[in-house]
Design a protein around this ligand. Structure first.
Ligand code: NPG
Length: 367
C-alpha cells in the first residue's frame, strides 16, 4: 500500500506511583503514538523511548527528529509499504530501533485492521491469555517494598520482579523470601554492576531466583558469559539484545540462558518473533519485557507473549499498575493473567476524548 500520512502524537501520562530503577526515578511517561493513514484506514503504533537516554541511547526528542526527517519520509515515498517491507525500507538508517518498531507497528496495525485479523492470529499465538508479572521499582525502605509487593501478590500477579542497584541487592531479596516464601521472583539490575561485583551477585544464588536480569553493561557480552560461569542462577539479557544477530552471539557465547524480548528494543514485533524462534530452537527461555506501554503496546506485547516459546511470565501488567487513565480501554489483569486482544489489529483503538486530553504535541508528516 501507499501511505498518505504519518502523524506523531506525544502524550503526557502521570504515573500512579514514582518508578525507580538503577538509572533514575520516573513520575510521568510521555509516550509517542504513531497514527498512519492510507485512504480512510488508520493504524496505530507506540514508540517506547524515554525522555532521557538512560536506558539506551534512544530518547523521545531524538525519536521524533529521526522519524520526522528520515524514517517517515522513507515510508511515505515508497510505493509498496507493508509490515514485512518496513524494516528493509528503514535499514539504511542506523540504529533508532524503537522508532523503527513504532512505525512498523502502525503499518502492521493498519494492515491487520484491513484484513480483520488480530495480531495474535498473525503471529501464531497459541494461548488466549498470558501470565502477568509485575515490575517493582526500588523502594525507600524494606518495609515499603514488602507492603508494595504484598499488594501486588494480593491482587493476583503471577510473578514479581524487583529492581536492584548497588546498596539494594541481597537485603530486599532476603526480605521478600522471608515474608512471602517461594513466590516466583526475579531481579533486574539495568546494567548497574561490573564483574568486580561477582561475589555480591553470587550471594543471590541462595534465594532460588528465576533469573538475574542485565547485571552488567550492555556491550559486556563476554563478561556476562564469565559471570554466568560463576553463578547458578540463570542470567537474562535485556539491553544487550538489540537484534536476532545479537541474540545468536550472546547464546553462542553462553552469556544468557534467558532473553527478555522487548519489541521496541529490537526494532519491532517481526524481529521479536525471530528472536523467539531462535531461542526456542536453542533451548533458551524467553519472556516479554515492558516499557511502561499504553494500552496499545501492552495489548501487542500480550499477543507476542502468547507464542509457544514464551516460557516465563512477562512484564505485562494491567494498565492500572502505571496509569489511572489509559489512552485505550484499560488492559486488565485478572486471576494472574492478561487476556490476549482478539479483535482486529494490535489493540483497541485510543478513546478520542482521552487521546485529545492527553496529547500535548503533534506533528503531521505528509498528508
Ligand atoms: O511493566 O512495563 C512495565 C515495566 C517493566 O521494569 C520494567 N521496565 O528495564 O525493563 C526495564 C524497565 C524499563 C522501563 C526500562 C521503561 C526503560 C524504560
Amino acid at each position: 500500500m501507499k501511505l498518505d500520512s504519518i502523524e506523531l502524537l506525544q502524550l503526557r501520562m502521570p504515573l500512579v506511583t514514582p518508578f525507580t530503577t538503577s538509572f533514575g526515578t520516573q513520575t510521568v511517561r510521555e509516550p509517542i503514538l504513531i497514527r498512519v493513514r492510507c485512504g480512510n484506514l488508520v493504524g496505530w503504533g507506540e514508540c517506547v523511548t524515554m525522555a532521557e537516554p538512560l536506558y539506551s541511547s534512544e530518547y523521545d526528542d531524538a525519536a521524533i527528529d529521526v522519524m520526522r526527517r528520515f524514517l517517515a519520509p522513507a515510508l511515505l515515498t515508497a510505493d509498496n509499504v507493508t509490515a514485512r517491507t518496513v524494516s528493509a525500507l528503514l535499514e539504511p538508517f542506523k540504529g533508532h530501533r524503537m522508532s523503527k518498531a513504532a512505525l512498523e507497528m502502525a503499518v502492521l496495525d493498519l494492515e491487520l485492521r484491513t484484513r480483520n485479523q488480530s495480531l495474535a492470529d498473525y503471529l501464531g499465538a497459541t494461548r488466549t491469555s498470558v501470565p502477568s508479572g509485575v515490575s517493582v521499582g526500588v523502594q525507600d525502605t524494606i518495609d515499603d517494598l514488602v507492603t508494595v509487593v504484598g499488594g501486588y501478590l494480593e491482587a493476583g500477579y503471577a510473578r514479581i520482579k524487583i529492581k536492584i542497584r548497588p546498596g539494594w541487592v541481597e537485603e530486599p531479596v532476603a526480605a521478600l523470601r522471608r515474608e512471602f516464601g517461594s513466590i516466583p521472583l526475579q531481579v533486574d539490575a539495568n546494567s548497574a554492576f561490573s564483574l568486580a561485583d561477582a561475589a555480591l551477585l553470587r550471594r543471590l544464588d541462595d534465594y532460588d531466583l528465576l533469573l538475574i536480569e542485565q547485571p552488567l553493561y550492555d556491550d559486556d557480552i563476554r563478561q556476562h558469559a564469565a559471570l554466568q560461569r560463576m553463578l547458578r542462577t540463570p542470567l537474562c539479557l535485556d539491553e544487550s539484545i538489540v537484534s536476532a544477530r545479537a541474540a545468536a552471539d550472546a547464546i553462542a557465547l553462553g552469556a544468557t540462558r534467558i532473553i527478555n524480548i522487548k519489541p521496541g528494543r529490537v526494532g519491532g514485533y517481526l524481529e521479536a518473533v525471530r528472536i523467539h524462534d531462535l531461542a526456542r530452537a536453542t533451548g533458551v527461555g524467553v519472556w516479554c519485557g515492558g516499557m511502561l506501554e499504553t494500552g496499545i503496546g501492552r495489548a501487542a506485547n500480550a499477543a507476542l507473549a502468547a507464542l509457544p516459546g514464551f516460557t516465563l511470565p512477562g512484564d505485562i501488567s494491567g494498565s492500572d499498575r502505571f496509569y489511572r487513565q489509559d489512552v485505550t480501554p484499560p488492559v486488565r489483569m485478572h486471576d494472574g493473567v492478561v487476556d490476549v486482544h482478539q479483535g482486529p489489529g494490535l489493540s483497541d483503538e485510543p478513546i478520542p476524548d482521552v487521546l485529545k486530553e492527553l496529547t500535548f504535541r503533534t506533528e503531521m508528516i505528509g498528508g
